[in-house]
Design a protein around this ligand. Structure first.
Ligand SMILES: Nc1ncnc2c1ncn2[C@@H]1O[C@H](COP(=O)(O)OP(=O)(O)OP(=O)(O)O)[C@@H](O)[C@H]1O
Length: 382
């Protein structure tokens, strides 16, 4: 269990994390999401005692990380896969970590097997591809067979087979009762890997709920209706009947209609009443990616001007814009997480107006690049 209470981190004038409180429970994969610069890595560093909170606290298994006895055997982490001595072989890198924590050498060979690096165990890691480096970082996290695991972007650079492997590994670790906390920008992957999500934006908690609840709370479900392609007048007729009944109807490029604000049986009845045959009437729910984009679009610091000019940041369809709350002057928790649907509220209701929330000032700190290893030198014996 990881428990953060009022966690805040300031770097000079920059508030990277503000008043963050959450629990990460054992036995589940908890995804940690947020736009670039949201504060995910800073939070993970504070969990691991690598950064001190300016205010608040965070514990792992009930204790601050630095006071955890034999911490590497309790908590494993992949924060930066490049933070490896490139002159060492994969095996020697893991051996040196194992020796520091009193972990037997046979465990090194075990984890090399788990991550699939046994064939290259004696090769210097500076020649590793991005994906191999990630596997080595995951091996280091698993070394102490810890109950709590943190992974910052573990699928970065992995090929599809590697991504699938990480997905299954995370699920397996959670099924063994471990606490698995994993950050990622790959929504499609999070949708199939995580059970629970903690979402932050500009250092503040936006959402803390199951993946399923997150999608329903942040998406406007709709119905798709298609009338016979050969009779366009039927589409017009149906569209008019649905609009008259209070639906919001948006034509789709393939000739279908997207209908918000009416449940499926009502749409069917109205079509029948208007004497319109249907070729399709289907319920649709947003993907995790759509729900995430909707929730976080007011908290994105870095957005390409060309994307905006080219219209790549689509204006949301009605029901797909950010919720209508204002950005407060004073930071406040969960300020634009819309409430989940109320009991009895039908699932096809389109939310109200959707003005874009203003983006805040961007502030970036360049990441420190690791010093390149000299490939001409032999493997460092340390
Ligand atoms: N050492 C530091 N000094 C000053 N500012 C920092 C420092 N570390 C992080 N920040 C700032 O804190 C904010 C949060 O950064 P952080 O790296 O935690 O975000 P993130 O959610 O992990 O982003 P990404 O998804 O891009 O990895 C950013 O604005 C960043 O520039």
């Amino acid at each position: 269990m990881i428990e953060a209470v009022g966690l805040t981190k300031r770097y000079g004038a920059k508030t990277a994390v503000y008043n963050l409180s959450f629990h990460v429970r054992p036995g589940a994969v908890t995804g940690f999401l947020g736009p670039n610069g949201a504060g995910k890595s800073t939070t993970m560093r504070m969990i691991l005692g690598l950064d001190n909170p300016t205010a608040g606290s965070v514990t792992v298994g009930g204790q601050p990380f630095r006071q955890t006895p034999n911490a590497p055997r309790q908590v494993g982490a992949l924060l930066d896969a490049k933070a490896v001595h490139g002159g060492r072989s994969a095996r020697n890198h893991l051996l040196s970590l194992a020796q520091l924590s009193g972990i037997p050498a046979r465990r090194v060979d075990e984890v090399l097997g788990v991550v699939g690096l046994q064939e290259v165990a004696k090769k210097r890691s500076k020649g590793f591809s991005l994906g191999m480096g990630q596997r080595l970082g995951i091996a280091a996290a698993l070394l102490g067979d810890p109950q709590v695991l943190l992974f910052d972007e573990p699928v970065n650079g992995l090929d599809p087979e590697g991504i699938l492997w990480v997905r299954n590994l995370m699920k397996q670790l959670a099924s063994e009762g471990r606490t698995v906390f994993v950050s990622s920008h790959l929504m499609s992957e999070m949708a199939v890997t995580a059970d629970h999500l903690i979402v932050i934006g500009r250092g503040q908690l936006l959402s803390d709920m199951s993946v399923r609840d997150f999608i329903s709370a942040n998406s406007a479900d709709f119905a798709r209706v298609r009338t016979p392609d050969t009779e366009p007048q039927l589409r017009e007729k149906l569209s008019a009947a649905l609009s008259e009944a209070g639906a919001h109807v948006v034509p789709e490029p393939d000739g279908g209609l997207r209908v918000m604000g009416l449940p499926l049986p009502r749409i069917s009845d109205l079509a029948h009443g208007a004497d319109v045959r249907l070729w399709e009437l289907s319920p649709h729910q947003a993907s995790l990616e759509e729900a995430y984009m909707r929730m976080t679009q007011g908290a994105v610091d870095y957005r390409s001007t060309t994307d905006q000019k080219a219209g790549l940041m689509q204006q949301p369809q009605p029901g797909y814009g950010p919720p209508a709350q204002q950005v407060p002057d004073v930071p406040q928790q969960g300020w634009y997480a819309p409430p989940p649907p109320q009991p009895g509220q039908h699932p096809y209701a389109a939310p109200a107006a959707d003005p874009r929330l203003p983006a805040g000032p961007a502030a970036a700190v360049p990441a420190a690049a690791p010093a390149p290893a000299d490939p001409t030198k032999p493997e460092d014996p340390r």
